[in-house]
Design a protein around this ligand. Structure first.
Ligand SMILES: [Zn+2]
Length: 372
C-alpha cells in the first residue's frame, strides 16, 4: 500500500542482482538491546515493501516507561510489542508516554490502543493532527453496516484509497493482488488503521521534554512529513532521528503535503542535523543505530541534488512533461508507481519554486516546462 507508509525502497538505480539487502528491510529481531544508557531498542514487524521492521525504543525512568514509535496497528504488532516488553521486564501498563515521530501508521499504529490500556500521554509535534487525516476514507455510510474486519470491508477501504486522483492528475495505481493480500493478513486490517491518534502533548521546535530520566529537546524536522519530530539529548549526544535520517535508505519525500515545496523543508531539516556536535548515537526508526548523523544527512541531500540535476537535463528534451514522464526518467521500472510519482512531484515543485521550471495544468493534468 502506498501513501501511508514511508520510505521508498532504495529506488537508487543499482542493478537488481547487485543490490545488497538494506538494513531497514531486515525482519524484526526478537532481541532487545540497550543502545544508550536506559534506552532499549526493540524491533516490531512491518511487512511493507522495503521495510521489515520498525524500531520501538523504550526509555525507563522512575515513573515507568516511555515508548517511541510503537509500530503498526493490528494484532501482530501488538503481540510483538507485548512480548518484547515482557522480555525486558516491562508490561504495557508501565507505559506512561508514547512518542510518535510522525503521522505514518507504522509509527503511530498502537498509540491509541496503549492509551486505552494505560491512559498514557501521546506526544507529537503540533502539526500532527493535520498532517495525515484520513477520516474521509473511513466515514462512508455504506460501510457502517459491515463488520469492519470482514473481507468485504477491507476491500472497500482499499478501493476507496485507490480511486482517488493524485493532485497532479494521475490516477492511483492499484498494488498487485499479492501485496494487498499480504497487507490484509497483518492482523485485523481494517479502516481504523488509517485513523490517527489524538495527541495529548503537542510540542513545537526546541522545547524541553523530560523522558527516561533526562532532558530532551524537541527538534522539528519537516520534510518526510510536515509533522516530523526528532528528539535530542544534549547530555549523552543521543538523537531519535525517526524516518528523517535513516542509515541505508533515503526517506520518501511525499509531494502530497499541506505545504508547498516539502523538498526545500527537507533540505533545511537535513542541514539542521549537521549542526549538532558530539552526536554519540542516532536512533532511527528503521535500521541499526549509527553515529555519523551529519555525514549521513549530507549524503541524503546529495542524493536529492542528483535527482534535481537529472530532471534539469531531462527537461531540455521533454516538452510539457507530466509527473509520470519525469518519474520514468528518475526511477528504474520496478519502482514505478504512486510513491515514485509523489516523490517526482516534490522535486518538480522544488524546481518550480526555484524559478527554473514553469507549470501548466490542463484537464487536471500538470505538466512542466523549462523556463528560458
Ligand atoms: Zn517509517
Amino acid at each position: 500500500m502506498t501513501h501511508s507508509h514511508s520510505e521508498n525502497n532504495g529506488t537508487d538505480d543499482v542493478s537488481e542482482e547487485k543490490r545488497p539487502k538494506k538494513e531497514e528491510q531486515e525482519p524484526a529481531s526478537e532481541t532487545v538491546s540497550e543502545v544508550a544508557p536506559n534506552i532499549l531498542r526493540t524491533q516490531l514487524p512491518v511487512n511493507l515493501p522495503g521495510l521489515g521492521h520498525v524500531n520501538c525504543y523504550v526509555l525507563e525512568d522512575n515513573q515507568g516507561i516511555a515508548v517511541v514509535d510503537p509500530g503498526l496497528p493490528g494484532d501482530d504488532s501488538w503481540s510483538a510489542l507485548t512480548n518484547r516488553l515482557k522480555s525486558a521486564g516491562f508490561k504495557i501498563e508501565d507505559i506512561h508516554t508514547v512518542v510518535v515521530t510522525h503521522s505514518h501508521f507504522d509509527h503511530f499504529g498502537s498509540a491509541e490502543r496503549i492509551r486505552e490500556n494505560t491512559q498514557a500521554n501521546i506526544l507529537t509535534h503540533e502539526n500532527f493532527r493535520n498532517a495525515f487525516n484520513r477520516t474521509e476514507i473511513l466515514e462512508s455510510e455504506d460501510s457502517s453496516s459491515l463488520d469492519p474486519n470482514s473481507e468485504e470491508a477491507q476491500q472497500q477501504v482499499i478501493e476507496r484509497i485507490f480511486s482517488e486522483r493524485l493532485p497532479w492528475g494521475s490516477k492511483r495505481s492499484m498494488p498487485p493482488p499479492e501485496e494487498i493480500d499480504r497487507f490484509k493478513k497483518m492482523g485485523r486490517f481494517n479502516s481504523s488503521w488509517f485513523r490517527t491518534p489524538e495527541p495529548t502533548i503537542e510540542v513545537t521546535d526546541n522545547e524541553p521534554v523530560s523522558l527516561g530520566g533526562r532532558e530532551w529537546l524537541s527538534i522539528h524536522t519537516p520534510g518526510h512529513t510536515n509533522d516530523h519530530l526528532c528528539l535530542w539529548d544534549p547530555e549523552y549526544g543521543v538523537m531519535f532521528s525517526g524516518d528523517h535520517v535513516l542509515p541505508t535508505i533515503t526517506p520518501h519525500i511525499g509531494g502530497i503535503s499541506p505545504e508547498s515545496d516539502p523538498l526545500a523543508k527537507f533540505f533545511a531539516s537535513l542541514h539542521k542535523m549537521t549542526h549538532f556536535k558530539d552526536v554519540s548515537i542516532a536512533l532511527p526508526a528503521h535500521g541499526h543505530p549509527f553515529a555519523n548523523l551529519g555525514e549521513r544527512s549530507l549524503e541524503i541531500i546529495e542524493h536529492h541534488e542528483e535527482r534535481l540535476e537529472t530532471i534539469r537535463n531531462a527537461a531540455q528534451q521533454l516538452i510539457d512533461g507530466s509527473v509520470t514522464d519525469y518519474m520514468r526518467v528518475l526511477f528504474s521500472k520496478r519502482a514505478w508507481g504512486d510513491m515514485a510519482e509523489s516523490e517526482t512531484f516534490a522535486h518538480l515543485e522544488h524546481l518550480k519554486e526555484l524559478g527554473e521550471l514553469g507549470r501548466k495544468t490542463e484537464n487536471g493534468l500538470m505538466t512542466y516546462q523549462m523556463k528560458s
